[in-house]
Write a protein that binds this ligand. Sequence first.
Ligand code: FO1
Length: 318
Amino acid sequence: MNWPKNKRVLALCGGVGGAKLALGLTQVLGPDQLSIVVNTADDFDHMGLRICPDLDTVTYTLSGLSNQETGWGRANESWRCMEALRALQGETWFKLGDLDLATHLYRRTQLDKGLSISEVTADLCSKVGIEHSVIPMTDERIETEVKTASGWIPFQRYFVEQQCQPVISAIRFVGSEQAKPSPGFTQELANHDLGCVIICPSNPFLSIDPLLSLLGVREQLAKLQVPVLAVSPVIGGKAVKGPTAKIMQELSLEVTGNTVAAHYSDFLSGFIIDSTDAAEAVALPSSLSVHTCNTLMKTLEDRVMLANECLQLATRMQ
Ligand code: FO1
């Protein structure tokens, strides 16, 4: 797929699922054709560090440093610090590998010098050889909380400590009411060379909604005159990874791609669903350009293929 050299693609992504398609896009688009805006609402303060899981997942994935099994953290990791911390009865519920700790310690020192999350992310990306722009959605603090029977709890306590067990009845992004998109995100949305927006197959409610909750983002996406595509994170009534399906059920939503398309209906113009869900296409709004293909990304080739399918759909829609 030869995407026009002078047209930019803006990818919106969360953690593991989104990072896979982001990697595929970096294989077919040059650094001046692609920017990736990443969710930061999973970020939290932990033992004096500022943990940015989705930014680190994308950075490690694009630089080939990521742990392929878990999708987060680094490959060839060791856990000596966690073992020593456990001996001290310190907090070990959130596993920080020895190599991963370097990222967190370095980020801490840079933030303490007054750099923004955007500046630190650009620095970290250049240090690991990433040429594409990886842009935090905002430089302000937004933190996802989920409402459970025991009240509102921080996202990582739900996701990691409680392994997504609690039933949730609501999700909120503390701090997002007045939070602005980061300078990089704002610039990409306003870029005259923007050719299309691709919403990666991340959890719409936990990973994409925080981006959409930032001041003016939904409105700007709705005004764009270029294709705004999403890849469904639901295949065959199940989510590929993580609590997407469970959350949809708990929010009394049907676990189908149609629910995802409806969730983005105010700005979506293209939708990609898996071939096994082709029958669902008839129930999608006729205003949507729908494409079916393999959306399950097991290999790098799958990631590249899906990236090309997205760009081909965007090209057909122009
Ligand atoms: N996920 C877990 O399930 N258990 C962990 O101990 C854990 C540690 C961790 C450390 C650094 C990091 O960047 C991510 C980590 N994750 C862990 C994943 C993380 O909670 C999720 O990737 C996102 O927050 C959800 O997208």
